[in-house]
Design a protein around this ligand. Structure first.
Ligand code: PLP
Length: 391
């Protein structure tokens, strides 16, 4: 069995999950961790303490491997929004500072920055977006001024899958001493990430999309440079040590990124995330990513042939992107360029009535195959929507 076949065999095939940029099903390994640990907590309670601490540490190490950073630079939270908020509010922005972001960023990335700027008197510059909520590195560069302190952007745009080149952006930010903060939830697990090599200062994400894990874990990877500048915004017993640690009362902050985790964590979810990340590492991000983009391309081509308008967030042609291996993971489409919400809703309803999970996003219907999906599932979706006039 190939690595890809072994990955696919980890998923239940009863439903057709084509909204993996929204909420993916979890892998069998993750499910088994949840089952086993519910039973262990039921039977063993505190006697399982050391065992789950070790597995949470393993999950942190696996995530660090996936992102290419050190476990000591990772903190766990409950969602991406909490991780972004830790950075936005912990930076202590001040009047005159400028934050650059995209006008159509997902709310968990946009609102913490808007609010942190409003409270501190810093200025937020929201770059207007083109098709599918995308914007280019050039438009970010054009917005930079001597006051720019932070560039806060998504790696992969959630509406239509536009991909920013973080290596290029990281280099630009480093040369100008600007912090690069990335919401990477739509990319981690399907595109290779090099947190350290690309010069990213903070990377935020969550468990429930491409990492095929239960909802409820957010994470932050933080650079050594930013670590010392960032104030913990939530503080509790575990910011300093543990209840068994006599140094706790001296309130000296921990020396690694776990100082940003103030108290007890969602241990079962984190352990399950660790199991899914190990599966992804064993399979290979490039193997998974290649299959995701192959299936997405199959879908894009078939929908285009049926006369649908597939929103292309990229400036290059599909052929050029395919050649570079950069076709998107997300396929957003509508019946025509001027389709009204009602028409998109009909498409969504037809898919849903036939057992396919899609979602309405931006100006279209969004489908997002994962590597566990099959050609048959892609073809089923296209058949439901064919011919276009039948809807
Ligand atoms: C770009 C992006 N960021 C973050 C999230 C999730 O945010 P949170 O974990 O805060 O719910 C999503 C999707 O739900 C998303 O598309």
């Amino acid at each position: 069995m190939s690595a890809l076949e072994a990955f696919k065999a980890q998923f239940d095939t009863r439903h057709c999950h084509l909204n993996n940029a929204g909420l993916s099903p979890i892998s069998r390994r993750a499910r088994d961790v949840v089952r086993d640990w519910a039973e262990r907590f039921y039977q063993e309670g505190y006697f399982a303490d050391a065992a789950y601490d070790l597995l949470v540490a393993n999950a942190r190490a696996s995530l660090a491997t996936l992102l290419k950073t050190a476990p000591s630079q990772i903190a766990f939270f409950s969602s991406t929004a909490v991780a972004v908020s830790q950075v936005a509010f912990g930076l202590r922005l001040k009047h005159g500072d400028q934050v650059i972001t995209g006008a159509d960023e997902y709310g968990s990335n946009l609102y913490p920055w808007r609010e942190a700027c409003a409270r501190s008197g810093a200025t937020i510059v929201e770059i207007p977006s083109g098709p599918g909520g995308s914007f280019t590195t050039e438009s970010i560069v054009a917005a930079i001024t001597p006051e720019t302190k932070v560039v806060a952007v998504s790696w992969v745009q959630f509406q239509a899958g536009a991909l920013l080149d973080l290596k290029v952006l990281g280099g630009i930010c480093q040369r100008q001493d600007i912090l690069l903060v990335v919401d990477a939830i739509q990319g981690v697990g399907i595109y290779d990430m090099d947190f350290t090599g690309w010069g990213i200062d903070a990377l935020c994400g969550g468990s429930h999309k491409w990492l095929v894990s239960p909802v409820g874990v957010g994470y932050l990877a933080i650079s050594q440079k930013l670590f010392s500048q960032l104030q913990p915004i939530h503080v509790g017993a575990q910011s300093f040590g543990s209840c068994d640690d006599p140094t706790q009362e001296r309130c000296v902050l921990k020396v690694d990124a776990s100082r940003f985790e103030p108290g007890a964590k969602a241990s079962i979810e984190i352990m399950a995330l660790g199991a899914s990340i190990d599966l992804i590492l064993e399979t290979g991000v490039s193997v998974i990513g290649h299959e995701v983009r192959r299936l997405a391309l199959r879908l894009r081509k078939a929908l285009t042939e049926q006369g649908y308008r597939v929103i292309c967030p990229h400036t290059k042609s599909d052929a050029a992107l395919e050649h570079e291996g950069h076709t998107g993971s997300i396929v957003s489409f509508s019946a025509t360029a001027s389709s009204a919400y009602k028409e998109n809703r009909n498409i969504y309803a037809a898919l849903r009535a036939n057992g396919i999970h899609a979602v309405l996003r931006g100006q279209g219907v969004r489908l997002s195959p994962h590597a566990f999906n099959s050609d048959l599932e892609i073809d089923k979706a296209v058949n439901i929507l064919s011919p276009k006039s039948s809807l």
